[in-house]
Write a protein that binds this ligand. Structure first.
Ligand SMILES: Nc1nc2c(ncn2[C@@H]2O[C@H](COP(=O)(O)OP(=O)(O)OP(=O)(O)O)[C@@H](O)[C@H]2O)c(=O)[nH]1
Length: 503
């Protein structure tokens, strides 16, 4: 080989090495196998070039490279499909305008038929950007700021309902420390996480109680069933015995008849008086024996029957006692279910059940109806300053006062927390001043109740919102109006009554 040829070969070899390096850079990270094989090839072409091994490596690379477009294409198509799906989901979820516009543009770009890995990667970046913008806007939408009144209201309702449930279960399980501390902590305020975990724990307690109650019920039913079985066995036995003794009596009757017939024959056919006397004596003895046996059997049977009856009576008494106590328990449970455990007045569930029926009755009878919602003012302060127990006591006193102000045809219930609701038939726009006067007296009476906390005299006041139900409207919508009036009464400075016409 002359010098020129050697130089050309060296230059080709350098060109090839440079090409291989560029190729390696291009394919780097796309396929582990190609990366590896390119490394091997580079090694064969380095300082001490080995062209035989290099050509084997090139062959291997060729095969791998022939497969690669297929792999890259499949990957690209998968990415494209996934991206398109993601962007559509994103469009559905996000309300933020700029994020939506970005998503629409990205979706259009994704639909271009010339999508390659180099065009898709920047799009991926855009999608991620969309998510970032969207997430921050969704975050704001689903996690409202702490002062968002709707979220606060929701949390307050939850706390109220939880408080009522906890009160019920604290009464059932007074020795349950967890419930007692939860009751205490609820008054002080819980974080969202604590609230959620408390709900879960309460659900567990409720499930436990329900299962225990179901077991108890099934035990009572089992006992009743056993007692009934015993009574029924006794009755069966006494029927069987009666049948036996009927047969025995029948036999004795036949025996008596046979003896009497024999006696008649003897009297008719015997001329000898002594013989007749003897025979008659014999038959009379037989008759007496048979009658004695009958009497004995009757006595035994009677004793048996009396014993059976006594046993049946005893079992029926047990049965009666068990049924009575179970019925009492069921009635108690029903009453508890509809009674607020703290104030002992009807609870929200009782209101919901009774109110609807009352409203229908009033509509049928053309009697007007009004709803008043009462909310204790600054109740939180009582809890905060004097403790939860003091708060509980004041709620009880308020409920007692309210109860003394409603008639039997009116409905008073604890709606939840420091809120009460009254359903008052007979009031409409026409006699609104009369109602206002009555509620004013109630409100003043409440503010004059002698509350004393830590030796300090305190006045507790309420705000009241009133709505008149309109014929044909739902009670819920009248309730909403009353709630708005209550809100107005609070805004107007509290310790006030606002009737629906005043707002
Ligand atoms: N002690 C006690 N507190 C309760 C009970 N139910 C609810 N609460 C508390 O009642 C308080 C109600 O507070 P808020 O809704 O802020 O109302 P408020 O302090 O009365 O203020 P306004 O209604 O705006 O006048 C919360 O602190 C509840 O924890 C209960 O059964 N017992």
């Amino acid at each position: 080989m002359d010098t020129r040829q050697i130089q050309t070969l060296r230059s080709h070899s350098e060109q090839l090495a440079a090409f291989i390096i560029r190729l390696s850079t291009y394919y780097e990270g796309i396929s582990v196998d190609i990366d590896k094989e390119l490394g091997v090839l580079r090694h064969h072409l380095s300082a001490k070039a080995d062209y035989t091994l290099a050509s084997i490596s090139i062959n291997k690379l060729n095969q791998l490279l022939m497969l690669e477009p297929v792999t890259v294409k499949t990957l690209t198509q998968n990415w494209l499909r996934q991206l398109t799906e993601d962007i559509h989901t994103f469009q559905r979820l996000v309300t933020d305008q700029s994020a939506r516009e970005l998503a629409v543009k990205t979706a259009a770009a994704l639909e271009q038929p010339s999508a390659t890995i180099t065009t898709i990667l920047p799009l991926y970046e855009k999608v991620l950007q969309c998510y970032k913008v969207g997430l921050s806007s969704t975050d704001a939408a689903i996690r409202p700021a702490a002062n968002d009144s709707q979220a606060l209201q929701l949390k307050q309702n939850l706390v109220q309902e939880l408080e009522q449930l906890v009160q019920t279960y604290v009464l059932i399980n007074p020795q349950d420390d967890y419930l007692a501390s939860l009751h205490e902590r609820l008054g002080k305020g819980l974080s969202e996480e604590e609230l959620l975990s408390s709900c879960l724990i309460l659900i567990r307690v409720m499930a436990h109680e329900t299962i225990a109650e179901a077991n108890n019920a099934s035990r009572v039913i089992q006992r009743l069933c056993n007692a009934l079985h015993n009574v029924s066995d006794d009755a069966q036995n006494s029927i069987a015995k009666s049948t036996d003794s009927f047969d025995a009596r029948q036999n004795r009757h036949l025996t008596l008849q046979a003896v009497i017939t024999k006696m008649e024959d003897a009297v008719a056919n015997n001329c000898d008086v002594d013989q007749l006397k003897q025979q008659t004596q014999l038959y009379l003895d037989q008759l007496a024996a048979s009658l004695n046996a009958g009497e004995q059997a009757d006595r035994t049977e009677q004793e048996c029957l009396v014993n059976t009856l006594v046993s049946m009576q005893q079992q029926l008494k047990v049965l009666q006692r068990q049924t009575d106590s179970y019925r009492k328990k069921l009635i108690e449970q029903r009453v508890n279910m509809y009674t607020d455990p703290l104030t002992k007045i009807p609870n929200r569930m009782a209101y919901n059940e009774k109110a609807e029926k009352e409203w229908q009755r009033c509509q049928r009878a053309d009697v007007p109806l009004c709803i008043a919602i009462l909310d204790v003012d600054h109740f939180k302060r009582i809890n905060d300053q004097y403790g939860h127990a003091a708060g509980d006591k004041s709620l009880q006193a308020i409920a007692r006062h309210l109860k003394s102000q409603v008639s039997s045809s009116e409905l008073l219930a604890r709606w939840g927390g420091e809120e009460f609701v009254m359903l008052l038939p007979g009031y409409s726009h026409a006699n609104a001043p009369e109602l206002k006067n009555r509620l004013d007296n109630l409100r003043k009476g409440l503010s004059e109740l002698p509350f004393k906390f830590k030796h300090q005299r305190l006045s507790v006041t309420v705000s009241i919102g009133v709505a008149f139900c309109q014929h044909g409207e739902s009670l819920a919508s009248a309730f909403e109006r009353a709630d708005k009036c209550l809100y107005q009464a609070k805004s107007d400075g509290r310790n006030k009554i606002v009737l629906q016409d005043q707002i």
